[in-house]
Design a protein around this ligand. Structure first.
Ligand code: RIB
Length: 301
């Protein structure tokens, strides 16, 4: 049986719906508050697990009500959460998501996610060793991410790093990455320049992946996702849907990509599947609500 391990954050998302964002110094009335399950690590693990693949999550929550609620919910999603450590004297990660009709803005308070150190990796090293894919992001300490990726590579496990939220990547970390999946803005931060058009982005993608010798996939919101095949950048469009909430679209993409890689799919097929899944995920409120099951995904493929 194929296995995925996700190392990453678990958050309680407090989603505040409002007409518009306040400006500095202003108080406005919002409409509603929803408490939703989130955190890039948990979201990506749920996206994979919904497709029926065995998925384990490594991370930390606080020994508090939010931590308990999150773990209960993830167990109901058939995720293995036995590697999520409960930390005393610190609160579970919280994300405040300000959601307007057009877009969202998020402030994350990491809390227990910051306690996710290399000991957590060591305690779960056998799971990583037995996995087909290790998927991780940057909402837990960089040092831990690097250590886990290194270990995974030593065991011959495929690795995916979603560099979100963006932080400068130590060069040696890239040695341990098979697939790097920034969104367009994160890729701009990586290369240190803004792209005026698609040609500039594509040129930079080709140069960057040649220099770093790894698979680069750039997710581009409504434009779809771009990857490199036979020395050319290909962009696969996403499907048209009624947008409700874009939170977690990137996480859905990464979770499904991990599934596809574990199942040894061709890159084109994997990116297509991940892109369709990401589009479907934005049709419901909350990061995880709209993530598709394998049956739903297959209808669209
Ligand atoms: O990628 C979306 C996620 O980012 C949200 O669920 C929130 O928790 C933040 O981590």
């Amino acid at each position: 049986m194929k296995k995925i391990v996700v190392l990453g954050s678990l958050n309680m998302d407090m989603v505040l719906t409002t007409d518009r964002l306040p400006v500095i110094g202003e108080t406005i009335h919002g409409e509603y508050i929803h408490y939703m399950m989130g955190g890039k690590g948990a979201n990506q693990a749920v996206a994979a697990s919904r497709l029926g693949i065995s998925t384990s999550l490594i991370g930390c929550v606080g020994n508090d009500t939010f931590g308990e609620k999150i773990l209960k919910h993830l167990s109901e999603e058939k995720l293995d959460v036995s590697s999520v450590r409960k930390e005393d004297n610190i609160f579970t990660g919280i994300a405040t998501v300000f959601k307007t009709n057009r877009d969202n803005a998020i402030v994350v308070i990491p809390g227990a996610n910051d306690c996710c150190d290399r000991r957590v990796v060591d305690e779960n090293i056998d799971k990583i060793k037995q996995a087909d894919v290790l998927l991780t992001q940057l909402e837990v300490p960089m040092e831990t991410v690097k250590y886990a990726l290194k270990k995974a590579k030593e065991f011959g496990v495929q690795t995916i790093l979603n560099p979100a939220p963006y932080k400068d990547l130590p060069t040696e970390l890239l040695e341990y990455v098979d697939f790097l999946t920034p969104n367009e803005t994160e890729f701009e931060s990586m290369v240190g320049s803004k792209f005026e058009n698609s040609e500039e982005l594509e040129k930079e993608m080709l140069q960057w992946s040649k220099r770093n010798q790894l698979n680069l996939i750039v997710t581009r919101g409504s434009r779809g996702s771009s990857y490199i095949e036979d020395g050319k950048v290909l962009t696969l469009p996403c499907i048209k849907v009624d947008v409700v909430d874009t939170t977690g679209a990137g996480d859905t993409f990464n979770g499904i990509l991990a599934y596809a890689m574990a199942e040894k799919m061709e890159l084109r097929e994997a990116v297509t599947m991940a892109g369709i899944g990401a589009s479907l995920s934005i049709t419901a409120l909350g990061a995880q609500t709209g993530m598709p099951s394998i049956q739903k995904l297959k209808q669209y493929l």
